[in-house]
Design a protein around this ligand. Structure first.
Ligand SMILES: NC(=O)c1ccc[n+]([C@@H]2O[C@H](COP(=O)([O-])OP(=O)(O)OC[C@H]3O[C@@H](n4cnc5c(N)ncnc54)[C@H](OP(=O)(O)O)[C@@H]3O)[C@@H](O)[C@H]2O)c1
Length: 292
């Protein structure tokens, strides 16, 4: 949302609920994802998302769009403390010195003194001598220096989280992994919640697949909403933090409009039954992902 013009009402945007991180800071439960948003599209996409009421933006060094995301955040005129910005240390930057340099560069590109959340993007257990905790001290230093207000892990399986926790001075605050109706990743969610980590679900729309699923379409019809809204509401009910991605302004508006309806217990159970285990996964498996 831009700075309100005197005499004009600010656009109505629904307040987005928050969870509380182990740091005590709030994290909006719904944000805007920027994976595969090309640099040429990212400024407009993020500007539109902010206009639509999103305040939580998820990016990554790997996405190549931090500079455009940063420019849109700055141009919005929204106070920094109203925004929640996440970035992720790239696979090529796990060596401690590279990690530290890359974090400084991310902050420059994002035009900010700090990110609200800094994640290691992938554990890469087949690289870096199998040391999935290699970049963690650099994240801890960023946290101590105030460059990151919270730190966490992305795509880490339980065994990888345990390896980090075994050497950590600061336990990770967040776990971001793939999760949606076809691959709910329930055991990992329960593990994260037991540890007091916020659980973030990437690809909450299964990269669009939720919009053609007969069960989700039926529940959507029953509620008079869209299937993407149903999938997002289901995720929020499970305690997931979500950040759907779209370049389409109408979808941007509907994806954030998920707080004015509720799923019944029966509807939730029918969606739970879509769990296809490993075959429901849309992205790389963390045990074998090795792209630098
Ligand atoms: N940590 C990681 O390794 C990791 C991996 C993947 C994703 N993520 C994060 O999670 C975010 C979300 O995941 P994602 O981008 O992979 O996938 P997603 O949000 O599950 O799905 C995005 C796809 O759904 C379509 N879509 C969005 N809203 C829709 C609606 N209301 N109706 C119909 N189609 C709709 C979009 O197409 P249009 O653009 O054409 O609308 C796009 O093709 C990413 O952007 C990124 O920030 C993190």
């Amino acid at each position: 949302m831009n700075v309100p013009i005197p005499g004009q009402a600010a656009p109505a945007s629904p307040p987005i609920p928050h969870l509380t991180l182990a740091t005590g800071a709030p994290i909006p439960v719904l944000g805007f994802g920027t994976y595969k948003i090309a640099p040429t599209d990212a400024y407009d996409a993020v500007s539109r998302a902010l206009d639509a009421g999103y305040r939580h933006i998820d990016t990554a060094q790997m996405y190549g769009n931090e500079a455009e995301v940063g420019a849109a955040l700055e141009a919005s005129g929204i106070a920094r403390e109203e925004l929640f910005v996440t970035t992720k240390v790239d696979n090529s930057n796990h060596e401690p010195e590279r990690a530290a340099r890359s974090i400084a560069h991310s902050l420059e590109r994002l035009r900010t003194d700090y990110v609200d959340l800094l994640l290691v993007h992938w554990p890469l257990p087949t690289l870096y001598g199998g040391n999935v905790a290699l970049p963690w001290p650099a994240l801890e230093e960023s946290y101590a220096a105030g460059q990151a207000r919270a730190i966490g892990l992305s795509n880490y399986e339980r065994i990888h989280v345990e390896a980090v926790r075994a050497v950590a001075r600061i336990a990770p605050h967040v776990l971001q992994v793939e999760a949606h109706p076809f691959f709910p990743n329930g055991a990992l969610r329960r593990y994260a919640h037991e540890l007091g980590m916020v659980f973030e679900a990437w690809s909450p729309l299964a990269r669009g697949r939720v919009t053609t699923d007969p069960t989700l379409l039926k529940v959507a019809e029953e509620l008079g909403v869209g299937p993407a809204q149903v999938a997002l509401r289901w995720a929020l009910d499970r305690g997931h933090v979500v950040f759907p991605k779209t370049l389409n302004p109408t979808r941007m508006a509907s994806n954030i409009d998920v707080f004015s309806f509720a799923l019944t217990c029966d509807q939730r159970k029918r969606i739970d039954a879509l769990d296809s285990g490993e075959s429901g996964r849309t992205g790389s498996h963390p045990a074998t992902m090795d792209r630098l």
